[in-house]
Design a protein around this ligand. Structure first.
Ligand SMILES: NC(=O)c1ccc[n+]([C@@H]2O[C@H](COP(=O)([O-])OP(=O)(O)OC[C@H]3O[C@@H](n4cnc5c(N)ncnc54)[C@H](O)[C@@H]3O)[C@@H](O)[C@H]2O)c1
Ligand SMILES: N[C@H](CO)Cc1c[nH]c[nH+]1
Ligand SMILES: [Zn+2]
Length: 426
C-alpha cells in the first residue's frame, strides 16, 4: 500500500531518501564500464549475454532486412499514432531552432555565436521490461532538428536477440539505420569508448533504468550527456476537489515503469489521500504490469498530507519532480509557484501520458531532483556554440589599455605583450 505521511517533520526523510545514490548499482556499473574499456567488443558481448541473455554469436548491429520485416509486424493503428506523435514532436521542437548570429553595429568589433550540431550522437532507447518506440522519437527528433548527421542507437533486445518491431519502425521513420542490439550500462560504455564495431560518439542522450543512468554519469567527460533521466517519477498536487480515480491512475501510470519509479502525491485533504490510496489498490489489480507497479507503490510511493499551501509549494520545489501534475482549482494561476519540475501538467484533462506520447514536448526528463539544474531533452542538447570575435586595429587600440591593465593584475605579462605588439607595429 502507498504510505500516507501526515507529520511534516517526516517529509524531509522521504525527499532525501529518494534523492540519494544507489551505491551498490554505482559499483556494479563501474566494473561493467571497465570491462568494456579493457576488453572491448568481447567484453561487451559477454556482458550482453550475462545481463540480457542474448547469445554472443548474435551480431551487434541490426540488419536492414530486420528493419524491413519490422514494418510487416506492426499494425496500422500503431503507424498512424506514430505519425501523429512524430508530427507533434517535430512541431514543438522546431520552435527551439537556433541560428548562428553576428552583431551588426556599424562601429566597433563584430561579435557573434556559431551554432553547430554535434557530429555524432548515441541515443539510448530503453527496453529491459517494456518497449519504447516513443523514446526513439523523443531522442531523435530534436537531434534531427539540430542537424545532427550521425545517430547511433542502442537498445536491449529480447531474449531471442530481436529488437521489438515497433522500436525498429520508429527508428526507420526518423532515418536511423545504425542500430545496435545491446542495452544497459555496457551499451553506454560501448558508445563512450567504442568497440571493434561501434564507433565512439560525442554525446549520449536518452532515458533508462538506474544502471543506464549511473553509467551515463560515469562516462560524462569522455563524452557529453544530456542529463540524468532515470526511473520515472510523478508528483501529483491535489486539492480536496480533485478526482481520486484520476490521481490514482496517474500515479500508477509512472509506477508501472520500474520497481524504482517514484509515485508521489501531496494534498491538503486527508479524505482525498485515503480515497486515492483505496483507488490505487482497486486499479492495481487490473494492470498487466502489476508486479512492477506494486513494488514501486509499496516501496517508493508516498502521499503527503499538509494543510499549509506554503509548505506544499516548498515540498514541490524540494522534490523537483520529473513530472508534476496540478489537480487543483485554477492550475494556471498556481504555475507561478513552480520553480523546479521536468514537465508540468495542468488540470484534470492533462494526464501525464499525454506528454509521454503525443503532446509534443519531450518526455526525456530529469529525475532524482536534478530538475533543479537540468531541462527536458531539447534542440539545444544537440548543438554547441562557438564564440566569434573580430577586432579591427581601431577597435584594439580603443581597448588596449584595459586589456593590458587586466593582464598585469593577473600577472600575465605575455598577454599584455600580445596586444602591445600590435600597437608597436609601425
Ligand atoms: N526519465 C525519463 O525521461 C524516462 C523516460 C522513459 C523511461 N524512463 C525509465 O527508463 C527505464 C526503463 O527501464 P528498463 O529496465 O525497462 O530498461 P533499460 O533499457 O533502461 O534497462 C535494461 C537494461 O538494464 C540492464 N540491467 C538490468 N539489471 C541489471 C543488473 N542487475 N546488472 C547490470 N545490468 C542490469 C540490462 O542490461 C538491460 O539491458 C525505467 O526506469 C523508466 O522509468 C525514464
Ligand atoms: N513516462 C516516461 C518518462 O518518465 C516516458 C514514457 C515513455 N513511454 C511511456 N512513458
Ligand atoms: Zn510513462
Amino acid at each position: 500500500m502507498i504510505k500516507i505521511v501526515t507529520n511534516s517533520s517526516d517529509f524531509n526523510k522521504y525527499i532525501q531518501s529518494s534523492q540519494t545514490g544507489l551505491v551498490e548499482v554505482e559499483r556494479a556499473v563501474r566494473s561493467i564500464i571497465n570491462k568494456v574499456r579493457e576488453e572491448g567488443e568481447d567484453g561487451l558481448l559477454e556482458l550482453r549475454q550475462r545481463f540480457d541473455g542474448v547469445p554472443s554469436a548474435r551480431p551487434l548491429r541490426v540488419q536492414a532486412e530486420e528493419i524491413n520485416q519490422a514494418y510487416q509486424m506492426v499494425d496500422d493503428s500503431f503507424r498512424r499514432a506514430l505519425q501523429q506523435a512524430k508530427e507533434n514532436i517535430y512541431r514543438f521542437h522546431r520552435k527551439q531552432e537556433r541560428k548562428t548570429w553576428f552583431s551588426t553595429e556599424e562601429s566597433g568589433p563584430s561579435l557573434g555565436q556559431l551554432i553547430r550540431p554535434i557530429d555524432r550522437v548515441g541515443i539510448y532507447v530503453p527496453g529491459g521490461t517494456a518497449t519504447y518506440p516513443s523514446s526513439v522519437l523523443m531522442n531523435a527528433i530534436p537531434a534531427r532538428v539540430a542537424g545532427v548527421k550521425e545517430i547511433a542507437m542502442v537498445t536491449p533486445p529480447d531474449r531471442d536477440g530481436n529488437v521489438p518491431a515497433p522500436t525498429l519502425v520508429a527508428a526507420a521513420e526518423v532515418g536511423i539505420t545504425e542500430i545496435y542490439r545491446v542495452g544497459g550500462a555496457h551499451a553506454i560504455a560501448a558508445l563512450a569508448y567504442g568497440t571493434r564495431s561501434i564507433k565512439p560518439v560525442d554525446k549520449i542522450t536518452g532515458p533508462g533504468n538506474a544502471y543506464v543512468t549511473l553509467a551515463k554519469k560515469q562516462v560524462y567527460g569522455q563524452v557529453g550527456i544530456d542529463m540524468l533521466a532515470g526511473p520515472s517519477e510523478i508528483l501529483v498536487v491535489a486539492d480536496g476537489n480533485a478526482n481520486a480515480r484520476f490521481a490514482a491512475a496517474d500515479l500508477l501510470s509512472q509506477a508501472e515503469h520500474d520497481v524504482l519509479a517514484r509515485p508521489l502525491m501531496v494534498t491538503d485533504s486527508a479524505i482525498l489521500a485515503a480515497a486515492v490510496r483505496e483507488e490505487i489498490e482497486r486499479q492495481l489489480k487490473r494492470l498487466s504490469r502489476q508486479d512492477i507497479a506494486r513494488q514501486s507503490i509499496d516501496n517508493h510511493g508516498v502521499i503527503f498530507v499538509e494543510n499549509d499551501w506554503e509548505n506544499i509549494w516548498q515540498l514541490v520545489n524540494a522534490i523537483a519532480p520529473e513530472h508534476l501534475e496540478l489537480l487543483v482549482v485554477n492550475p494556471m494561476k498556481m504555475l507561478g509557484r513552480v520553480r523546479h519540475a521536468g514537465a508540468v501538467f495542468l488540470g484534470p484533462y492533462s494526464p501525464e501520458p499525454v506528454g509521454d506520447y503525443v503532446a509534443g514536448p519531450n518526455h526525456v526528463l530529469p529525475t532524482g531532483g536534478t530538475a533543479r539544474f537540468y531541462s527536458p531533452l531539447n534542440v539545444d542538447t544537440f548543438i554547441k556554440k562557438s564564440s566569434v570575435i573580430s577586432f579591427s586595429k581601431k577597435d584594439l587600440v580603443k581597448e588596449a589599455e584595459n586589456i593590458i591593465s587586466l593582464a598585469r593584475v593577473e600577472g600575465l605579462d605575455a598577454h599584455a605583450r600580445a596586444v602591445q605588439a600590435r600597437l608597436e607595429e609601425d
